[in-house]
Design a protein around this ligand. Structure first.
Ligand code: AP5
Ligand code: ZN
Length: 217
């Protein structure tokens, strides 16, 4: 199973990818996480990406495709990959087709996460992440059971992303509509699109995704 999660910022791609890793044994490939790690490490890709990400624009296809190619070449992806936040342009989708063909892999589905833009701003501005284990939280939608303590690892430090302010979120949504939304038609042409209502509760979205990946008929 190799699946693409297609959806705007805040749709819940990262949240659902983590759950599919547990439920289906897939490996998450998040270009956003990989780029943030590159920025933190100060690598050449990170130095080039930092200002672009802070502005809410898309990092160049060249940089992103290079990091994906490297990750896919590193093996350990036997049970399959969840592409979270990649591809994001038609150029990246075409490059992914080439890379998968080179490795003898095929795509199972592109899950199109349907959401309403206005709700995305609220989701993103309430978001925080456990510094210890990476579990995601939300100020109203998903709080730790005990305030200030991570449910998963017991950690007490939570971080917020530099690009999670209202101004940058508006830019990220613009980039999504201009560059990424056309991928729904790109994958529909290949018969791969599975729409999922991503406005539903987190557990229900997970259930709908698992059903989309494991058709019973
Ligand atoms: P990236 O890290 O990919 O961010 P994004 O696409 O903007 O998506 P987010 O991580 O903000 O949201 P998400 O859909 O994962 O939602 P989450 O699960 O966290 O990219 C960041 C930047 O990196 C880009 O702007 C770009 O510059 C660069 N970049 C990355 N990939 C690139 C590429 N391929 N090409 C070029 N540039 C690239 O959920 C959000 C919040 O909502 C959380 O608090 C969560 O708890 C809550 N929530 C989730 N689901 C629900 C639900 N069903 N109901 C209620 N609350 C929910
Ligand atoms: Zn934690």
């Amino acid at each position: 199973t190799n699946v693409i999660l297609l959806g705007p910022p805040g749709a819940g791609k990262g949240t659902q990818a983590r759950r599919l890793v547990e439920a289906e044994g897939l490996v998450q490939l998040s270009t956003g996480d990989m780029l943030r790690a590159a920025v933190k490490a100060g690598s050449p890709a990170g130095l080039a990406a930092k200002a672009v990400m802070e502005a809410g624009d898309l990092v160049s296809d060249e940089i992103v495709v290079a990091i994906v190619r490297e990750r896919l070449a590193s093996g350990d992806l036997a049970k399959g990959v969840i592409f979270d936040g990649f591809p994001r342009t038609v150029g990246q989708a075409q490059a992914l087709d080439v890379i998968l063909a080179e490795q003898g892999l095929t795509l199972t589905a592109a899950i199109a996460m349907d959401v309403d833009d206005a709700a995305m701003v609220a989701r993103i501005s309430g978001r925080s992440t456990c510094a210890g284990c990476g579990e995601g939280y939300h100020d109203t939608a998903k709080r730790p059971e005990t305030a200030g303590i991570c449910d998963t690892c017991g950690g007490t430090e939570f971080t917020r992303r530099a690009d999670d302010n209202a101004e940058t979120v508006a830019e990220r949504l613009k980039a999504y509509h201009a560059e990424t939304a056309p991928l729904i038609a790109y994958y529909a042409d290949k018969g791969l699109v599975r729409p999922v209502d991503a406005m539903a509760a987190i557990d229900d979205v997970t259930g709908a995704m698992i059903a989309a990946l494991n058709p019973t008929n």
